[in-house]
Design a protein around this ligand. Structure first.
Ligand code: G1P
Ligand code: ZN
Length: 544
């Protein structure tokens, strides 16, 4: 039996999880006892049965391997019975969610800071997921935070370092540790959902794909599924070896952070589908020849064609999008007579709807889409859905998008991020805007009048839990909508996110750029939120 040591520690006061887990600079996690106090707070708070099963893995970023060894010795000291770890310490977030469910685990610890930069000067993070595979609900993350504020000790078992690169099972005292192939179960799940034979035939017929794993977690998954199983040529996948610093790339699949993919899409050499995923494999970006597919359009188009994939042949019971996500999917849901739920930002709010069978498809504007097959968003799943739609309809990406617009109209969408180094002025802006909401209807700014404004408070229809202050929604007299909220995933300063959308059925407008289509209401948003007066910023830091 390994000896167990109880180590005294002082609480850190900054371990409140954000939109998706606790995310901090690597240097913060490297402080003495920092990771341990958070993990012990989780183990103290979550009600685990004796001999519980835990799934552990991460996106391969710097500090991943070290953190896994710490988690293993803490698990052994805290009476966990069985731990399943991805070989090499690797598990993409959707693959981890799948393993938790498939293996009947009660808890998952996902070591990832998602799309945030990696390396010694980058970010690290810990998310914890529950037995349905999905992220812990807000009341639990809050309870863990409260526990972390009072913690005074944690437990470590004296076990040898585990060889994470060798698959198989080893014992550490009474606990067994199973090192598993991170790809196999996930690949099998994908094969059960999509028409691999049709996609294989399409690729054999010369349809070209380019998937960029951005040196992050999805590399081995893409290699196995896209090349080995679907038969795409080897050069169809790029940057497939997960690196601790992502090779210096920003592992966030969006046009601003992956401009090389936009360039490829706009070039004569553009393949039929271009795609990328983020650090931990839960986000996706889809591009076609000459166009970037907006995530809101992607969700709407997947819903429109949902029955073409064998796993969805009988349709879906409903759909959900996060509040700021473009309302394109609302049009399709209404047409199909399906409920369309609006949830706060953050994937965890979809979990209850998915588990209760109210929805089968959901998505966020931040390049996240998924379905009832996983309790997390899933980057490669979305890429495979697009390939399946292409194989089923014979249409390339661009044609699928244009025919969607002709049928339902186009919803322009843009997110404008303002980085505000001083968090106090960001808080001030939000409180002043919130205070102005009740009297905002009827006010005019930069040429438009506010029809209606509110603070988005969410009542979960499944368990009745309430999540208040999830952002501000402003509806304008031209049908446009402005949403404003603060990011909950940053590790320094504050980021104010302003989301703009506007629907049009005027085909003459379809060719407009989102910038041109939305600039007028962006001016209204900036004036109503008093961005320049309060922060001094005259333009967004990033437009996505
Ligand atoms: C961001 C996105 C949100 C996503 C989250 C985790 O959170 O906006 O949609 O769920 O990352 O990937 P935010 O920084 O806006 O709080
Ligand atoms: Zn992610």
């Amino acid at each position: 039996m390994p000896s167990i040591t109880e180590i005294s520690c002082k609480p850190y006061k900054d371990q409140r999880p954000g939109t998706a887990g606790l995310r901090k600079k690597v240097t913060v996690f490297q402080q003495p006892h920092y990771l341990e106090t958070f993990v012990q707070s989780i183990l103290n708070t979550v009600d685990l049965p004796a001999n519980a099963t835990l799934v552990v893995g991460g996106d391969g970023r710097y500090y991943n391997r070290e953190a896994i060894q710490t988690v293993l010795s803490m698990a052994a000291a805290n009476s966990i019975g069985h731990v399943i770890v991805g070989q090499g310490g690797l598990l993409s977030t959707p693959a981890a969610a799948n393993l938790i469910q498939k293996k009947g685990a009660q808890l998952g610890l996902l070591l990832t800071a998602s799309h945030n930069p990696g390396g010694p000067d980058g970010d690290f993070g810990v998310k914890f997921n529950m037995e349905n595979g999905g992220q812990a609900p807000e009341h639990l993350t809050e309870a863990v935070y409260q526990a972390s504020r009072n913690i005074d000790s944690y437990k470590l078992a004296d076990i040898p370092a585990i060889d994470l690169d060798r698959s198989g099972t080893v014992n550490a005292g009474d606990m067994t540790i199973e090192v598993v192939d991170p790809v196999a179960d996930y690949a099998e799940l994908m094969e059960s959902l999509f028409d691999f034979a049709a996609i294989r035939a399409m690729l054999a017929g010369g349809t070209r794909v380019h998937f960029d794993a951005l040196n992050a977690a999805t590399g081995p998954y893409a290699q196995t599924i896209i090349c080995d199983m679907l038969g795409a040529p080897a050069d169809s996948v790029a940057n497939t070896v997960p690196l601790e610093d992502f090779g210096g790339l920003h592992p966030d699949p969006n046009p601003a952070d992956a401009p090389h993919l936009v360039e490829l899409a706009m070039s004569d050499a553009a393949p039929d589908l271009i795609a990328a995923s983020d650090g931990d494999g839960d986000r996706n970006m889809i591009l076609g020849r000459g166009l970037v597919v907006s995530p809101g359009d992607s969700l709407a188009i997947i819903l429109q064609h949902v029955r073409c994939a064998p796993g969805y042949a009988s349709g879906v019971p409903g759909v959900a999008r996060s509040m700021p996500t473009s309302r394109a999917v609302d049009q399709v849901a209404a047409d199909l007579g399906l409920p369309c739920y609006e949830t706060p930002t953050g994937w965890r709010y979809f979990s209850n709807l998915l588990s209760a069978g109210r929805i089968g498809l959901c998505g966020e504007e931040s390049f996240g889409t998924s379905s009832s097959h996983a309790a997390e968003k899933d980057g490669l799943w979305a890429v495979l859905f697009w390939l399946n739609m292409m194989a089923a309809t014979g249409q390339p990406v661009a044609d699928l998008v244009h025919s969607h617009w002709s049928r339902y109209g186009r919803t322009f969408f843009q997110r404008r991020d303002f980085f505000i180094p001083d968090t106090d002025s960001a808080q001030q802006l939000m409180s002043e805007l919130t205070a102005a909401v009740p009297a905002m209807a009827g006010r005019s700014a930069a040429g438009f009048t506010v029809n209606e404004a509110d603070v988005f408070n969410y009542l979960d229809p499944v368990d009745g839990s309430e999540s208040d202050n999830q952002g501000i929604r402003i509806h304008l007299d031209n049908g446009g909508r402005i949403c404003v909220r603060l990011s909950g995933t940053g590790t320094s300063g504050a980021t104010l996110r302003m989301y703009l959308d506007r629907h049009t059925t005027d085909a003459d407008e379809f060719g407009l750029s989102p910038d041109d289509a939305l600039a007028p209401i962006a001016a209204t948003g900036a004036e109503l939120a008093r961005i320049t007066e309060i922060t001094g910023l005259t333009a967004p830091t990033t437009i996505i």
